[in-house]
Design a protein around this ligand. Structure first.
Ligand SMILES: [Zn+2]
Length: 111
């Protein structure tokens, strides 16, 4: 898809966005081909700050919809909110993974 897609430094197999999404953290990653431990050159604190900012922004932007959820009853509203949160999280996660795979250097971890 892209010429600057990150590749495993050990075996040169391209890293997929899915591989990054499935990892518990972007700096705790394994190559799907050779199982090498990899990590992106990424500032975790900046990442957490970004996630918090996105969350705060979404909560703030969603204010007009809270009133629409109220008549549904607490259970339906909670289910709806949880589904919306999950969807937003997945969108964020995939966006972040795409950014990392295409824009950030990756290196192998030996310890
Ligand atoms: Zn590899």
């Amino acid at each position: 898809m892209s010429t600057n897609q990150a590749r495993c430094p050990e075996c040169a197999v391209p890293l997929t966005v899915w591989r990054v999404v499935a990892a518990p953290l972007p700096n705790r990653l394994r190559c799907g081909a050779c199982r090498a431990r990899l990590r992106f050159e990424v500032n975790l604190l900046a990442l957490i700050a970004l996630a918090a900012a996105v969350l705060a922004g979404v909560v703030w932007l969603a204010r007009p919809f809270y009133a629409l959820l109220a008549p549904l009853g607490i259970v339906s509203a909670a289910v709806f909110a949880a589904a919306a949160a999950l969807g937003l999280w997945l969108a964020f996660e995939f966006g972040l993974a795409w950014f990392l795979v295409h824009r950030r250097p990756v290196r192998a971890v030996h310890d």
